[in-house]
Design a binder for this molecule. Sequence first.
Ligand SMILES: Nc1ncnc2c1ncn2[C@@H]1O[C@H](COP(=O)(O)OP(=O)(O)OP(=O)(O)O)[C@@H](O)[C@H]1O
Ligand SMILES: [Mg+2]
Length: 294
Amino acid sequence: MTSVSTVIDSENRDEIAPVSAGDRDGPQDGFKETVGDIYHPRPRLTCRNVDVCYDNGAAHAIRNVSLDIGEMEVLAMIGPSGCGKSTFLRCLNRMNDTIDGCEVTGSIRLDGEEIYSKDLDVVPLRARVGMVFQKPNPFPKSIYENVAYGPRIHGLAANKAELDEVVESSLKRAALWGEVCDRLHQPGTGLSGGQQQRLCIARAIAVSPEVILMDEPCSALDPIATAKVEELIDELRKRYTIVIVTHSMQQAARVSQRTAYFHLGNLVEMDETDRIFTDPQHQLTEDYITGRFG
Ligand SMILES: Nc1ncnc2c1ncn2[C@@H]1O[C@H](COP(=O)(O)OP(=O)(O)OP(=O)(O)O)[C@@H](O)[C@H]1O
Ligand SMILES: [Mg+2]
């Protein structure tokens, strides 16, 4: 293992300075503090000292995680099953609020605004920070209605023509328009798995999000559908910030610019993706990417 050089204590670039996790209790398993570089020069989401507990404090799932997520980047989150990837992702649009007994502490700011502020309305937040799940989950409605639903409830289209335009442009940006333009009023659930996932991406895009969270978006897809979604992610990066949880290191290497490696609720290492996969600084990261763990 190379020397543990943390950036967390080295510079105080924030009003809320991250603190070292070294004195935290609980299983550390060789972890002392995050190595690599958690900062981004143009952050959209700024997460500091985030802790998540389930079961009213009985189960500690995320431990003192600090990281930036930058504009127009794809950040991959990797790590063994149960390390807290989905838990952390759900913090970013307060989806954990919906889980009884789940407590989130620390600070997460979107463009400088604290998303855990008690005055913040989560409905617009979840439009700004959209989510695509592992299993495609279209509404039991038509393809058109799946995409039109969000813009309609958020008042983003003044009339039918504008709504049609939002539906068409969202389906085009999700690389699905050509396959569905002549069947818009048929059920979304009648599409193939890969098409359904792109429909879910179109639905997320339709409300003009700033950030898109994806939790293993390709794990239910075949290699061809996966390749389409990966191409789409690369295209979407021009407009959106994307955070993707993936079990596939090849996928992380293909789609992301930076990668965060989690282990037992700790953020062990974060850096440029190339560096994580070719020159990891932490033994735990190296063990995982070389297949010795997980
Ligand atoms: N709703 C919940 N209630 C209680 N504990 C939970 C809940 N969701 C997750 N956990 C626990 O939190 C820890 C992190 O789980 P999480 O689902 O975030 O891991 P993950 O890295 O996404 O795993 P996987 O790769 O298997 O999806 C695990 O120990 C899990 O059992
Ligand atoms: Mg998960």
